[in-house]
Design a binder for this molecule. Structure first.
Ligand SMILES: *Cc1c(COP(=O)(O)O)cnc(C)c1O
Length: 387
């Protein structure tokens, strides 16, 4: 962390690598570990994350947008890339140039991709998205089979995958709906086979399914949040613990969070009793206080809902946020931390000494999920790889 940085995220490459190893160890030998590195590697830094996962045994990288595939290729990453989000026709050439796999969920895109692939004398591997109950991308079974037939008939395309995505597997300890989705997916695989459509790489498991349901692993899994050392939800963690208690290993307590977010204190000031702190004067001191000003706010991703609620760590002690989080600053109380001074390091997420602020705790304060906490830290905050 160069002294130029006022706020930065330390990314533990060894934690990322170990999480990939942990996930890989849960898979059968013929199952590929696909790791999702969309959204700048869930905020951990795209190439830092991708490189660490590949060292940990990841087989495929999964991105949302073609730009991310381009960035990975520019970083000389040669692993197979699957783009799971929308790619406009105008970017189809980039799909071919980056040797990416594309998800298809409509007929016009298949035809356009075929035309471009043919003109570039290339072959593109495509995956068909099946609707099983999430109603995001995806085609109902009959249409999916029709698209499969179209892909088979078009030059320049090769049907490689059939895929779907769970709606609520991490939201509940009742997995009845997820099981219905698995049944629909299995039925679709059967229909594809009966139509003579070979699908070498079926995949459906996200992190929760990868951790809890080996029967969903198929030929590839698409693990995101777990690879970053975070549990998809309390419910997933509770289910894993229950499995553990029942003597079935579900990887509980084996994931290692990889991100620590820190900032340098810009100023410490003595504030008299009865003084207000911040916009709206929403906090008033009841005794003389020492208030530290941190050089980051909601622009940097320190959510405004953390106002008067969150804690940061300073010299291993909790320092509560006082007043409203501003656009580029926030204030914390360090009255009880005499060592705190301008230049001291504050920890917003992660460990300092015996204390820890987890992504889940921040998520609770913000009214959101750990996924959003890590992926919304602004790109202007430096990501620094540490071992
Ligand atoms: C983001 C995403 C995943 C990963 O989900 P996690 O819960 O983070 O494991 C898997 N598949 C698709 C299609 C996704 O968009």
């Amino acid at each position: 962390m160069s002294s130029l940085h006022t706020s930065w995220c330390e990314i533990s490459a060894s934690a990322l690598r170990k999480n990939a190893e942990t996930l890989k160890a849960r898979l059968k030998s013929h199952t590929k570990l696909g790791v999702v590195v969309k959204s700048d590697g869930y905020g951990h830094g795209l190439t830092i994350a991708a490189s660490a996962f590949l060292r940990g045994g990841a087989d495929w990288l999964i991105v949302n947008a073609i730009d991310e595939a381009i960035q990975l290729r520019r970083a000389s990453i040669a692993a197979p890339i699957y783009v799971c989000g929308y790619v406009p026709e105008a970017a189809f050439e980039r799909v071919i140039e980056t040797h990416s796999r594309l998800v298809l969920f409509d007929f016009a895109a298949a035809k356009a991709l075929s035309a471009i692939a043919t003109s570039m004398h290339a072959k593109v591997a495509v995956h068909i998205k099946l609707e099983t109950g999430t109603n995001r991308q995806g085609l109902e079974l009959e249409e999916a089979v029709e698209l499969g037939k179209l892909v088979r008939s078009l030059p320049g395309l090769e049907l490689e995958g059939l895929t779907t995505h769970f709606a609520d597997i991490e939201d509940s300890t009742n997995h009845a709906f997820a099981k219905k989705q698995i049944e629909r997916f299995d039925a679709a695989l059967k229909s594809f086979a009966e139509t003579g459509l070979r699908v070498p790489v079926p995949h459906l498991a996200n992190s929760a399914a990868t951790l809890l349901y080996p029967e969903t692993h198929a030929i590839m899994v698409r693990a995101g949040i777990a690879a970053y050392g975070l549990w998809p939800s309390k419910e997933t963690y509770a289910t894993a613990l229950q499995r553990q208690a029942d003597g079935v290993d579900a990887g509980a307590a084996m994931l290692e969070p990889a991100m620590t977010w820190r900032a340098r204190i810009a100023q410490v000031k003595n504030v008299a009793a009865g003084s207000y702190v911040g916009y709206g004067r929403t906090y008033r001191t009841s005794a003389p206080a020492r208030i530290a000003v941190l050089p980051l706010g909601y622009y940097e991703g320190y959510d405004r809902r953390l106002s008067n609620t969150a804690h940061v760590l300073v010299h291993g002690q909790r320092a509560p946020v006082r007043g409203r989080v501003c656009m580029n600053m926030c204030m914390v109380d360090v009255t009880h931390v005499p060592e705190a001074a301008a230049g001291s390091v504050a920890t917003l997420l992660g460990r300092d000494g015996d204390e820890e602020i987890s992504a889940e705790q921040l998520a609770g304060w913000m009214g959101t999920i750990n996924y959003e906490v890590v992926s919304r830290i602004h790109p202007s905050v430096a990501r620094v790889e540490v071992e």
